[in-house]
Design a protein. Structure first.
Length: 168
């Protein structure tokens, strides 16, 4: 996955609208489905938990299908990009110990993956206004730059390919 610059205000506006829309559809749809089921299949015990749960499940599935169908719509471009970036960074994080160990021995692929991870994390944290630990990230980036210089490795975010992770 390539890192791209996105407009932070557009991303936040679209994300908030998508989240609010999903919540409203989930609430209204769940009520509609469960009340319809309760009216069609009344229970003498007055417990309608199973109909309410089914209403939530059906509506959640419908929301999921709707988001899946329209995931490549222009309105969701930034939201989808950030979602995919988070997935990509999570894959790297799961292998971080092995990557850091390999980077310390001069493995160019490990250095490249760490560089991508730091750049992606920096972008993600700026988009989400989560800059509390940015100093720690800058320290790690400086250490990575030192390792890259020591082993004569040129780091470029655009050279990252997630297939590299299979080695670690």
């Amino acid at each position: 996955m390539k890192l791209i610059d996105i407009d932070k205000t557009r991303y936040r506006r679209h994300l908030n609208r998508v989240l609010i829309g999903c919540a409203l559809v989930l609430a209204a749809g769940s009520l509609l489905v469960s009340q319809t089921l309760i009216a069609l299949f009344p229970s003498p015990s007055e417990s309608h938990f199973h109909w309410n749960a089914l209403g939530v499940l059906v509506t959640a599935a419908a929301v999921g299908l709707g988001l899946s169908k329209y995931r490549h719509h222009d309105y969701l471009t930034e939201v989808l990009y950030v979602w995919e970036l988070k997935q990509s960074l999570n894959k790297i994080t799961r292998k971080m110990r092995k990557l850091e160990a390999a980077a310390n021995t001069g493995d160019a692929d490990a250095l490249q993956v760490l560089h991508y991870s730091y750049a992606g994390s920096r972008q993600l944290w700026k988009l989400d206004d989560n800059v509390i630990i940015m100093d720690e990230l800058n320290t790690k980036q400086a250490q990575l730059d030192t390792l890259a210089a020591k082993f004569n490795v040129t780091l470029n975010v655009d050279d990252y390919d997630d297939r590299i992770l299979k080695r670690f």
